[in-house]
Each structure stands twice: as C-alpha cells, then as structure tokens.
Design a protein around this ligand. Structure first.
Ligand code: BEZ
Length: 189
C-alpha cells in the first residue's frame, strides 16, 4: 500500500452531496484546526481509543526517523472525547493532503454534550497502512517522540500541545497523558 491516501480519500463519495457536515477531531485538530469552520463543539465517538501508534514521516518526523502521532484504535465499549467541527466539503481537499500519510476518511456517528448524535467524518489510520507503527511501551514511544522532528516541528510539541488540549477538555486519556508525562521528564533530564 502506498503511503499517500489522497486519491483513496477523494474517491470516498460519502457526504459528497452535503453542503456542510461534521468532522470529528481527536489529535492536532483539537488544538489547531488550520481551516475555516462554521462552528465547533466537544463530542465523543464510541468504540474507539486514541493511541500514539501511527508513524509521522512527513510532519513530526522524517522518512528515516519517523515520529509518532495519534490515530484511533477500535475498542468496544470505550469512548473518545474530541472536538467536532461543522465544515464545508472544501475542507476535505485540504485535509486529504495534510493527512495523506495513511489516514482514510470514515463515516462515524458522534455524540455531543447535549446528548444528540450526528453522523460525520473522521480520519483514521488503520493497522494495514504503510506508516503504521503499532503498540509499544510508553517509555519507547516517549523516547521516539523526543528524538523526532519534522517539517511541522518537533514531535514533542505535538504531544505536549495535545496533552494540554485534552486537559482543557477534561478528557480522561491515560495513554496520551502517560506519554506526555514521560516526554516532560525526558526533556528536563
Ligand atoms: C485529528 O486531529 O483529529 C486528525 C488526526 C489525523 C488526521 C486528521 C485529523
């Protein structure tokens, strides 16, 4: 499989007839959208957890020394808190390019704080993609993060910004907080 998922995403015809739709953000989208949106609101998706299991060869690392960024991993019974954005379809051209290193668009329901649910899109890098790194001990993930930097900046900034954004959302995410805590320890050592 190619690293570049842009074309596969363009062929995804789901919601093509919509003037606007919801996009669920669970990673850098929580703290930095980088596109115009109509509104945004905290939301959860059910059956998924956030994990630092995806390689970043193009943003927070390089092809020879990839960093680690989050993806969603199936976990029946779990839920993942993030930030939903109501956007126009033009945003997907931009995001298909920005997130081309293994992320595909999936249609998923998301639930808002008031309890109502909307079907929208979420980008997920699944285990069969070429940039997948998979599970590793927190210690190893943190060491890789501290050692990695790419065109979008140091991998540690991504991890610490995401941890701060999750804390602000009051998200209970033991994995992301554990990685961030170990990264903080390593960078002051
Ligand atoms: C996000 O921050 O939610 C996101 C992660 C990977 C690809 C696109 C968006």
């Amino acid at each position: 499989m190619s690293f570049d998922t842009t074309e596969a995403n363009r062929r995804t015809a789901v919601f093509d007839d919509h003037d606007e739709l919801w996009l669920f953000g669970y990673g850098s989208l929580i703290y930095k959208a980088g596109f115009d949106y109509i509104e945004r609101a905290p939301a959860t998706i059910e059956g998924w957890v956030r994990r630092y299991w995806q390689g970043s060869h193009d943003h927070r690392g390089t092809p020879h020394a990839p960093g680690r960024v989050v993806t969603l991993v199936e976990a029946p019974g779990a839920s993942c808190l993030g930030m939903a954005y109501r956007v126009t379809p033009a945003v997907f051209d931009y995001l298909d390019h920005r997130e081309k290193n293994g992320y595909l668009r999936f249609a998923q329901p998301m639930t808002f704080v008031d309890g109502h649910t909307e079907k929208g899109l979420v980008y997920i890098a699944t285990p069969d993609n070429a940039a997948w790194l998979g599970e590793a001990p927190v210690e190893d993930i943190a060491a890789q993060v501290v050692a990695s930097t790419g065109p979008s900046g140091p991998n540690r900034d991504y991890v610490l910004n995401l941890a701060d954004a999750l804390a602000e959302l009051d998200a209970d995410d033991a994995h992301c907080q554990a990685v961030a805590a170990r990264v903080r320890e390593l960078i002051v050592a």
